[in-house]
Design a protein around this ligand. Structure first.
Ligand code: BES
Ligand code: MN
Ligand code: MN
Length: 455
């Protein structure tokens, strides 16, 4: 294994310039205008796998975007690791806030700037380079390897559960390994043992059948923007708790041991607030900011529109008002249950003079993974060897819906060993990834495969 570790160090420059080629492909999954770019990114990965000597590597078409599947079987007696990641990216808008074009990677010191650099192309690429390091140094692979890299993660992974169900055999493995989360801090390793789920909806209130003169009708016709604002304001109480009946019914609360673990992390809430330009954090009563952001359910309006918002004045009483709402869920809340409870809230409170339209956009389940499995121990030991300190166990506030499907459909646990940082600005302008973390990731993966193979 030493040879493989050393090979990765020695080839860093070459790896980075290859990664830049992948980052140049604008594989924005949510935008139909980029359909061919998404296909190109899938094909790029397939030919990269082939170049490494993979005989099985293909881009499998779905009703949506292709799923890249690759496999390197060495010995049926060895355990099998299924690596999951995504090659699609978020839209880069607003473009004017980028210091350099999002699909023209630029290196500044340790950082490489491009959409997808950290989420998730750069992290996926670490896995290709880790296996390359084994193959090119003639180091025997300690495990069988399968890779499933999808192109719809940023768009709700719509076709992935169907693909998994139809390909149970092909995906059979002992554990799933994912690098799509963050380190606790620079040089501070962590393993994510929980992710939140998601319930995502859109609500529209419609009053009059067209925008009206607010002088002629104001005072006699109820205003949908006013009404929606009132309904939204009623969604939280003064303790920052969600008021929707039954919202917390199925929440598994943090255990005392978990709270102790999270409380012991070197985390400074005041600094975290300052990083995003506010002077303090605001959290559900009784919980710390870190608990609120990773282990408690939330309800957030993502965007709100209706009436006239253009330049200057146009005094209308609007016909419609809309809002998109995302809830981050924790085990054992389900997206179906929470979506239904939100729908009932809006039905109950919609004024009689208005019509309600309610769209379920998508959902995903939260997960908690066993921190005591052999794979988790291998990940801990691998990261400890690279970073010189034991990784912390943390919960992630974001969502990777397929992790729950791996458990439900394939019975597989997932190890979330990610190398991002909050400062990578994923989903934001000027996304970046650290070249040091790219290398730390490769070194950690090489070591993980070895340790897990021997476990
Ligand atoms: N990699 C992120 C999820 C993530 C980010 C987990 C940070 C932990 C820490 C993933 O690509 C993502 O953005 N997921 C979406 C969900 C999806 C259904 C659109 C999310 O969390 O909003
Ligand atoms: Mn991601
Ligand atoms: Mn993402």
């Amino acid at each position: 294994m030493e040879k493989a570790l050393e090979y990765a160090l020695r080839h860093q420059e070459e790896f980075i310039s290859q990664m830049e080629d992948l980052l140049r492909i604008p594989s924005v999954s949510t935008d139909p205008a980029h359909k061919q770019d998404v296909i190109d990114a899938a094909d790029w990965l397939v030919s990269h796998f082939k170049g490494l000597g993979f005989e099985t590597a293909e881009a499998i078409p779905t009703e949506g975007h292709p799923i890249v599947f690759a496999e390197m079987a060495v010995d049926p007696a060895l355990p099998t690791v299924l690596v999951y990641g995504h090659y699609d990216v978020q839209p880069p808008d607003p473009l004017e806030l980028w210091d350099s074009p999002p699909f023209e990677p630029v290196r500044k010191g340790n950082l490489i700037y491009a959409r997808g650099a950290a989420d998730d192309k750069g992290q996926v690429f670490m896995h290709l380079k880790a296996v390359e390091a084994y193959l090119k140094t003639g180091t025997a692979l300690p495990v069988n390897l399968k890779y499933m890299i999808e192109g719809e993660e940023e768009n709700g992974s719509t076709h992935l559960p169907g693909f998994i169900k139809a390909n149970e055999e092909r995906l059979a493995a002992d554990v799933v390994l994912v690098s799509d989360t963050a380190l606790f801090g620079p040089g501070v390793p962590s393993i994510t043992y929980g992710l939140r789920g998601l319930a995502y909806v859109e609500v529209t209130l419609t009053g009059p059948d067209r925008d009206l003169h607010s002088g002629i009708y104001g005072g006699a016709i109820e205003n949908p923007v006013n009404a929606l604002a009132r309904l939204i304001a009623g969604l939280h109480d003064e303790h920052h708790r969600v008021t929707i009946p039954g919202f917390y019914d199925n929440v598994i609360d943090l255990t005392p041991e978990e709270r102790e673990g999270l409380g012991a992390l070197p985390f400074d809430a005041a600094e975290w607030a300052r990083d995003v330009g506010v002077d303090h954090m605001t959290t559900e009563a009784g919980y710390t900011a870190l608990e609120g952001a990773t282990a408690r359910p939330t309800l957030d309006c993502n965007g709100i529109w209706g009436g006239y918002t253009g330049e200057g004045a146009k005094t209308v009483l609007p016909s419609k008002a809309s809002v998109k709402i995302s809830c981050r869920l924790v085990p054992n809340q389900t997206p179906e249950e929470i979506t239904e409870k939100i729908r009932l809230y809006f039905e109950r409170h919609t004024p009689k003079s208005m019509k309600l339209s309610f769209r379920d956009l998508h959902g995903g389940y939260g997960v908690l993974v066993d921190t005591k499995s052999p794979a988790m121990s291998s990940a801990q030991d691998a990261m400890e060897a690279v970073y010189g300190m034991k990784p912390f166990f943390v919960r992630g506030g974001g969502s990777i819906p397929v992790v729950a499907d791996f458990k439900k459909l394939l019975g597989l646990d997932t190890v979330l060993m990610g190398f991002g940082l909050d400062s990578d600005a994923i989903h934001s302008p000027n996304e970046s990834f650290g070249i040091d973390r790219f290398q730390e990731g490769i070194q950690s993966i090489i070591r993980f495969l070895k340790l897990y193979g021997a476990s």
